[in-house]
Design a binder for this molecule. Structure first.
Ligand SMILES: Cc1ncc(COP(=O)(O)O)c(C=O)c1O
Length: 408
């Protein structure tokens, strides 16, 4: 007998849960894309994306996924044979590096592994060694979704400024936007890439590229930019057609508009970020309680280095894959699989799993996930300590009490 009948829950770190309001907003006829109110919808989406990302710079939209917007960023910042420095704390930056190589860009990688954040000392010495300022851009993930490591992007700006290095600072905020605090201008980020299928709660298909004046000046100095990726056409036009360099993904835009309304106006960005923080901490509290040398432990040991969007967990002896299978088969819950964590001994990432807690996720969903994992650990006889649910529910109760107190 299985207990999985009922509404299934996809707790992977993107695509995330799509709110009914977003799905309903998408369920409407195509608008006129040559004139009329749809131009205003696109404009308002761009403005609100800038608010969430904390920037007064420009924004270009693409009918694409995260890989596409990685490509778009590269196309505007580095020509063939020019050099970029990629800082990796998980597989996503490494994939970005591969994409750059495939465009003939000269790539230097500093790989900090799967458990640590970017080491700014190492970045400083690499940039110091770049006497001729050959490095055009520094590419870094704010959050790597594979490891759940969150990097301090502002610290990279400090290193560049301290050395007087002119490289463009380019951040991947695909996993973090809408979940972790993002302050592009305050952090001194020149270019940032985002996508709509995680914290922005919309089906994949809209890539977002933020860029500032400095980045645009550097883009002006590039010999040739692929017209399709060129951020200028898209960002500078008020017209609907050029703003997506062709037919816009109209229903996606309606969906994203509804998601932004939910985030900014129904809930409020501050509260949404706080919700992500509390739910992430409930997950961590549970994992801390379960932790056992022969069972599971957090991938990112230091809580200050963890994202509020996703949590990567190590579960040894194949515990990761066994748990994923058990909760799916018995309880209808899909957890994220380990990604790019494999050493030679773990080619299938069997020793890892990930919990997505990004976007349209609330307390009962997260407590359900924690309860499901707890049941799986028991059923599979995976060594673990008890008390995880108590730890998570106490944390949530304390949070609601402190809010009640604060508001009285
Ligand atoms: C941090 C990060 N960057 C880039 C990507 C690639 O995005 P996509 O799968 O939409 O191409 C992902 C996907 O999960 C991601 O998490």
């Amino acid at each position: 007998m299985s207990l999985s009948f009922g509404r299934e829950y996809l707790a992977i770190p993107g695509p995330s849960v799509i709110p009914d309001k977003v799905r309903q907003a998408m369920h409407q006829p195509s608008p006129n894309i040559y004139e009329g109110p749809f131009a205003e919808t696109i404009h308002s989406v761009k403005m609100d994306l800038k608010t969430i990302a904390g920037t007064s710079g420009d924004v270009a939209l693409y009918a694409t996924n995260g890989h596409g917007v990685w490509d778009a960023a590269l196309g505007n910042i580095a020509a063939r044979d020019e050099k970029v420095l990629v800082l990796a704390t998980g597989q996503f930056a490494l994939h970005w590096a591969e994409l750059a190589k495939s465009q003939g860009v000269n790539v230097q990688i500093l790989d900090f592994g799967n458990r640590a954040t970017i080491d700014t000392h190492k970045v400083r010495s690499s940039l110091k060694g770049d006497k001729g300022h050959k490095i055009k851009a520094v590419l870094a993930p704010h959050v790597d979704t594979a490891t759940s490591i969150r990097n301090d992007i502002a610290a990279l700006r400090c290193v560049l400024d301290e050395l007087g290095h002119p490289a463009i600072l380019c951040a991947d905020i695909i996993a973090s936007l809408g979940c972790d605090l993002v302050e592009l201008d305050e952090w001194g980020v020149d270019v940032a890439v985002a996508a709509c299928q995680k914290g922005l709660m919309t089906p994949a298909g809209i890539g977002v590229l933020f860029f500032n004046k400095k980045a645009d000046e550097a883009r002006g100095a590039l010999g040739q930019v692929n017209a399709h990726w060129d951020w200028r056409t898209r960002a500078m036009s008020d017209q609907i057609y050029p703003s997506f360099f062709g037919t816009p993904p109209t229903q996606q835009v309606f969906g994203l508009r509804a998601a932004l309304d939910m985030l900014l106006f129904d809930e409020g960005l501050d509260m949404a970020l706080r919700r992500h923080e509390v739910l992430a901490k409930a997950v961590w509290a549970a994992i801390d309680m379960w932790s056992h040398p022969d069972g599971l432990r957090m991938t990112a040991a230091d809580p200050t280095t963890r994202s509020h969007a996703v949590t990567s967990v190590e579960a040894v002896n194949g515990g990761g894959i066994r748990l994923q299978r058990w909760v799916k088969e018995h309880l209808g819950l899909t957890l994220g699989r380990g990604l790019g964590m494999a050493g030679i001994a773990d080619p299938e990432c069997e020793n890892f799993f990930r919990i997505g807690h990004m976007g349209h996720v609330n307390g009962h969903m997260i407590l359900g996930v924690i309860g499901a994992i707890d049941a799986g650990l028991k059923a599979l006889d995976i060594p673990h300590e008890s008390g995880a649910l108590t730890a998570a529910t106490s944390l949530i109760a304390d949070f609601t009490n402190s809010r009640v107190l604060a508001s009285t």
